[in-house]
Design a protein. Structure first.
Length: 224
């Protein structure tokens, strides 16, 4: 199975970056609902409705740190938002989180609760070594939901890559169509990211608890 690596140049440029990597094998996403995940989403929505939760925005230090990182690699974070920022804004505006499939929904629940980007990749579609690195401008990216579109990240943009191309643009703004996680995915790589130097033990444990009852095995390791 491919593994995930943080390029030394990115680690040096962003020393406060921390990444937790969870590898789930034997995921059973098509066998019915995941009650704990459904409860986590419903709880976030109920807290928003009763006023006890306000999704983090760019004034929150955890989101502000990502805005600063985006500016550092040449992306305007108010036009191209970090994923946790965009998801929190969606919850605040619509009052509900999307229901994609149980694995992705689990990521979203942890992302909103902790105001940190969370993503997932279908390992069956990943080609070789995966790495978080600076783009050189020659890479190709096909956005999620746009299988006939090809983009080229700008040189210096932080991207996830494998041997076949780019898996995410602007570090965590948007995922590729090729490695999207559907309910049929059985081996999935999950990532949780922070840019403020905070440890990720609690978010990783929460995601692990949502995944473990519906997977044959889940392992956790940390980068950064």
């Amino acid at each position: 199975m491919p593994d995930l690596h943080l390029h030394p140049a990115v680690a040096a440029a962003f020393p406060a970056a921390r990444i937790a990597v969870l590898t789930a094998r034997g995921v059973r996403g098509a066998t019915g609902p995941w009650p704990a995940t459904e409860a986590a989403l419903a709880r976030l929505e109920a807290e928003l409705a009763d006023g006890s939760r306000h999704p983090a925005d760019e004034h929150d230090p955890r989101i502000a740190a990502w805005h600063a990182a985006y500016r550092a690699f040449g992306t305007n974070p108010r036009r191209v938002r970090p994923s946790a920022d965009a998801l929190g804004r969606r919850l605040a505006k619509q009052g509900a989180l999307p229901r994609i499939n149980p694995a992705v929904d689990s990521c979203n629940a942890v992302s909103v609760r902790h105001a940190l980007p969370a993503g997932a990749f279908d390992l069956a579609a990943v080609d070789g070594r995966t790495e978080i690195r600076f783009a050189d401008g020659t890479e190709e990216f096909t956005p999620l939901g746009e299988p006939d579109t090809v983009e080229h990240p700008k040189p210096g943009e932080v991207v996830y890559t494998d041997a076949a191309g780019v898996l995410t643009r602007h570090w965590n703004h948007r995922d590729a169509h090729r490695t999207r996680v559907t309910e049929r995915a059985t081996d999935v790589l999950f990532v949780l990211e922070t840019m403020d130097g905070a440890e990720l033990a609690d978010p990783a444990e929460e995601l692990l608890a949502l995944l473990a009852p519906h997977s044959d095995s889940v392992t956790v390791r940390r980068l950064g």
